[in-house]
Structure formats: structure tokens, C-alpha cells
Write a protein that binds this ligand. Sequence first.
Ligand SMILES: C[S@@+](CC[C@H](N)C(=O)[O-])C[C@H]1O[C@@H](n2cnc3c(N)ncnc32)[C@H](O)[C@@H]1O
Length: 180
Amino acid sequence: MESFARRMVPWATQGFPVTENVLEIGGGSGAMAEAIVQANPWVRLTTTNADPVMVEVAQQCLVRFPHAEACQADATRLPFEDESFDTVVSFLMLHHVIEWEHAVVEGSRVLRPGGALVGYDLLASRMASLVHRADRSPHRLIDPGAFKPVLDQVGLELLALRLSFGGRILRFVAQKPATR
Ligand SMILES: C[S@@+](CC[C@H](N)C(=O)[O-])C[C@H]1O[C@@H](n2cnc3c(N)ncnc32)[C@H](O)[C@@H]1O
């Protein structure tokens, strides 16, 4: 899992530098957070998750890294000050947030000017619907055309938007303008 996450991070971030004070939303087990702090020992990273059981798992995962922590937070109501992070990362979690647009709004709110929201997610497809119906996880898949208008609404500028796996996966890098 650890080496899988190490390979996933550069792909998921499209090589975009994950810098300084980093927030991960919906971080799950902490595997991606661990890979980020291993590759970038100078970053301070906070990984968050709505599920307290997963937060405990992530805390164990990050125990060796003094500049990393895991805490409970709903991505649609982040308990952080405005403009307090340089990078917000979101890996395969937005479609599990029913109101994923609110998570984008919150991610943008906590980014400092010049900071970036970086990640990837699953788009609506027949395959994704079948998988999620089978695993019974709460979800609301993102319609292919729905993501960019939400970025536009919150004032994030798209630096990179890529579709992979036959249009089923969306990777994104969106920046908060340096001066507002
Ligand atoms: C598919 S997992 C992805 C985990 C991790 N990002 C990764 O790539 O391994 C989705 C995660 O999002 C979390 N989640 C769902 N809704 C959330 C919300 N509203 N706020 C924060 N986390 C949420 C779930 O508990 C789950 O751990």
C-alpha cells in the first residue's frame, strides 16, 4: 500500500509541487499523506477525514513524521481559518461527499492566495455506478461537465485538467489567484 501510494502521488498531482503547509481532505488511511511527507520532508501536512476510525488509522500511519498530523474534519465544514494552507489535496474523495461542491468551496476558502487545490476523482460512468452500488458506500458521482463551473464559481483558476481511463477519472490542479 505504501509503495502504491508513493507511485500514485506524482500521478495524482500531475507533478505539481505540493508545498509548505498542506491540507489533505478525506485522507482515509493516511497512505497518500505518508507518501507526500516521505517525498517532501519539509512540508507540514494535516490530513483530515470525517470518519474517526480512519483518523486513528491515519494517526498510526503518520506517527513517525513529526510535521504530519491527522484529525477529524468534515470536508464541507473545515475547522480551519481562511487562507491557512498553501496546498489542499483531495484524492478520490469528493464523490463520497454528497455535497462535493461544498468541499470545493471550503478547500478554496482555506487556501492562501497563490495556493492550489490538487487531486483526482471519479467521474460519473456506468462502471462507477455499478461499483458503488455494490459496495454501498455513500456517493454522488461527479458529472463530467460539472467540475469546472464549480471552480469558476469559487474563483479558482484551472491550471491543469486531465481525463484518464477513458474519461472515468479527472485530475485537476486549480489555483487561487495571488491577488484578489
Ligand atoms: C475512497 S476513500 C479515499 C481515501 C484517500 N483519499 C485515498 O486516496 O486513499 C474516501 C474517503 O473520504 C472520506 N469522506 C467521505 N465523506 C467525507 C467528508 N464529508 N469529509 C471528509 N472525509 C470524507 C471517507 O471516510 C473515506 O475515507
